[in-house]
Ligand binder design. Structure first.
Ligand code: GCO
Ligand code: MG
Length: 402
């Protein structure tokens, strides 16, 4: 191994510039380094401790060039494998090593992955409102900014707090916010939302909606069927991730395109949906699925079954995670769309670089690696603040999927 590639330092940086992020910097003997993202919303310190206590000692002295071997040794070689905490920690290492390899080669990561297949990554942003009219206005604003694809969410009348709307996006420090979900009003409201959107916005804009795993198979089949005339780009996460076979029921009843994957943590979770062509878009989170190494394998399997990629791109992963998404998007033949959010302005104090938006598309610079830098001094100005994801209960008080 060339001395320039011997890993001598691994730094886990936990910071909260408006959002909690777990960042990783892997440094080699010569000073060459790479940066990664290991943020798991609401479980940040579990990943940070895994990285500091269990992964860093295994990396010191290793050859930073050997991404695949390091991936295999951390995943299979350590016996305890998988799940969101371990695979987010693994992703942080993997993404940092791809960044490092790009810096060493003087090439952007997309070039190492096979090179550009497109000039930019088609992306979508979120339009959410407390009423159908407000959601429509927000979608109009996004369309005026050039977005061709828009995700739409609206509050459900008669229930308090709905996933994806303004009230649902806060991350309180003192305990989870309790939101309410009832299938009947939800199933009545969403078709009305789309009736209104199509009447106001026309046919051309592509629309998505995130169910957030809250329906039963027959409810999801009904919604997908009723939304058919509105030609969605996709209906996201209609069912819980534990039951891939239930997607058959939705498929038998509707041609609404389906997307699934942000709760998956490995390619094996994706397999049944891909090999049976039960979905149209696979939308794992690269930061929770072992990074670019696992993402490109999932994309390759999906390509064989005519499924496109739509990697998860929420505000709770850092610009480094978003950069990993876009580098892979640009190099992937069966790329479909990229979810995109704007971070709070303080994030740019800590992380420089990241994808840029222009006229409906995302892009990355040709800088070597991912094109991101961490300002470790600035990160210290924003200490970690414990935050909670909301929880959902039915009207009778019983627990439901958030
Ligand atoms: C999305 C997601 C997010 C998740 C969040 C959980 O489609 O962007 O559903 O909003 O809820 O990432 O941490
Ligand atoms: Mg989602």
């Amino acid at each position: 191994m060339s001395s320039s590639l011997k890993i001598t330092d691994v730094r886990t940086i936990v910071t909260c510039p408006g959002r909690n992020f777990v960042l990783l910097k892997i440094v080699t003997e010569s000073g060459l380094y790479g940066v990664g993202d290991g943020t798991l919303n609401g479980r940040e310190l579990a990943v940070a401790e895994t990285l500091r206590e269990y992964i860093t000692p295994l990396l010191i002295g290793r050859d930073a060039d050997q991404i695949e071997d390091i991936w295999q040794s951390l995943f299979r070689g350590t016996y305890w494998r998988g799940g969101p905490v371990l695979n987010t920690a693994l992703a942080a290492v993997d993404v940092a090593l791809w960044d490092l390899k790009g810096r060493r080669a003087g090439l952007p990561v997309y070039s190492l992955l096979g090179g550009r297949t497109r000039t930019g990554a088609l992306c979508y942003a979120h339009a959410a409102g407390e009423t159908i009219e407000e959601t429509t206005d927000r979608a109009t604003v996004l369309m005026e900014r050039g977005f061709r694809v828009v995700r739409v969410q609206t509050a459900i009348p008669g229930t308090s707090g709905t996933y994806g709307t303004a009230a649902g996006s806060v991350q309180p420090e003192d305990g989870p916010l309790v939101e309410q979900f009832e299938p009947a009003p939800y199933l009545r409201t969403i078709p009305r939302l789309f009736d209104h959107l199509r009447a106001q916005l026309g046919e051309e804009v592509e629309l998505c909606h995130d169910v957030h795993e809250r329906l039963t198979p027959i409810q999801a089949a009904r919604l997908a069927k009723e939304l058919e005339p509105h030609h969605l780009f996709f209906l996201e996460d209609p069912l819980r991730p534990e039951h891939p076979e239930s997607f058959r029921l939705i498929r038998q009843h509707s041609t609404t395109p389906l997307a699934m994957g942000e709760l998956f943590t490995s390619r094996w979770d994706c397999l049944p949906l891909l090999t049976e062509q039960l979905i149209d878009f696979i939308r794992c989170d690269l930061v929770h699925t072992g990074g670019i190494t696992e993402g490109r394998k999932i994309a390759a399997i999906a390509e064989s079954f005519q499924v496109q990629t739509a990697w998860h791109g929420p505000p709770d992963i850092s610009p480094i995670g978003h950069a990993a998404n876009v580098h892979l998007d640009l190099a992937t033949a069966n790329f479909g769309v990229q979810e995109w959010v704007e971070h709070p302005p303080e994030v740019a104090d800590v992380i420089h670089g990241g994808p840029t938006y222009h006229d409906g598309y995302l892009n990355v610079s040709d800088a070597p690696g991912l094109g991101c830098e961490i300002d470790e001094q600035a990160a210290k100005k924003y200490p970690y603040i414990r935050g909670w994801l909301p929880v959902t209960r039915r009207a009778d008080g019983s627990v439901h999927d958030w």
